[in-house]
Design a protein around this ligand. Structure first.
Ligand code: DC
Length: 222
């Protein structure tokens, strides 16, 4: 039996770090679906297309190829054959991803890719609509969240550790704006699936958060 674990939640809740570590422990692959929206966003930025112009973004999809490859369990994202795994991590790419992710045609464009990976692999897939839309039959669904200030602090530490010059207040503002976008869009808004378990990581260490997720999986999967 293929095991699918869906982890959804707002930006900066620790989804990717927690999901990656839990997947490693469980022997599953970790699929970061935000990278797909980021790749489409980067493509639009490169082409000079406004990322909030639905018709214009839809117009470029015919010439966009997004692929995920897994080497030693690590996901790499390719845009038209080019590895863009680093380029998708800038604040501009984050906002572009949030904008393009509100466009129904973009979500439809990336849907099969996500479904196909989950059909063939034991995986932990993280995103915003995995438990609600992409994998409604996932055996385990987790909604991972934390307060906006804690999420912004974590995101700030992550970006500055990579040498990016950012201000904490800008990171917090961006995050609040993205939360709003992601949870108020008409198509597949961010919300906990009815059958999900909510894990608030505000007061948890990274290790405790990972343990909660592994525990939730083991409880469901014998
Ligand atoms: O998880 P992330 O920060 O890399 O996601 C980037 C953006 O993509 C985020 O603002 C919302 C969007 N997204 C989405 O709409 N659905 C997903 N399954 C994953 C990400």
């Amino acid at each position: 039996m293929i095991v699918n674990v869906a982890i959804d939640g707002p930006a900066g809740a620790g989804k990717s770090t927690v999901a990656r570590a839990a997947a490693k422990e469980l022997g599953y692959i970790y699929v970061d679906t935000g990278a797909l929206y980021r790749a489409v966003g980067v493509c639009a930025l490169r082409l000079g297309v406004a990322t909030d112009d639905a018709a214009a973004v839809e117009g470029i999809l015919g010439s966009v190829k997004v692929e995920l490859k897994f080497t030693n369990g690590e996901q790499q994202v390719f845009l038209n054959g080019e590895n863009v795994s680093s380029e998708i991590r800038t604040p501009e790419a984050s906002m572009a991803a949030s904008n393009v992710s509100a466009i129904p045609a973009v979500r439809a464009f990336l849907f099969d890719l996500q479904k196909n990976i989950a059909a063939e692999n034991d995986c932990i897939m993280d995103g915003r609509d995995i438990g609600t839309v992409v994998l409604p039959d996932a055996q385990v669904k987790i909604f991972l969240t934390a307060s906006p200030e804690i999420r912004a602090r974590r995101r700030y530490d992550e970006l500055t550790a990579k040498g990016q010059q950012v201000e904490y207040d800008d990171v917090l503002d961006d995050l609040i704006k993205r939360d709003y976008n992601d949870s108020h869009r008409e198509v597949a808004p961010l919300r906990p699936a009815d059958d999900s378990v909510t894990v608030d990581t505000s007061g948890l260490s990274l290790e405790q958060s990972i343990e909660r997720v592994i525990q939730a999986v083991r409880e469901k999967i014998q």
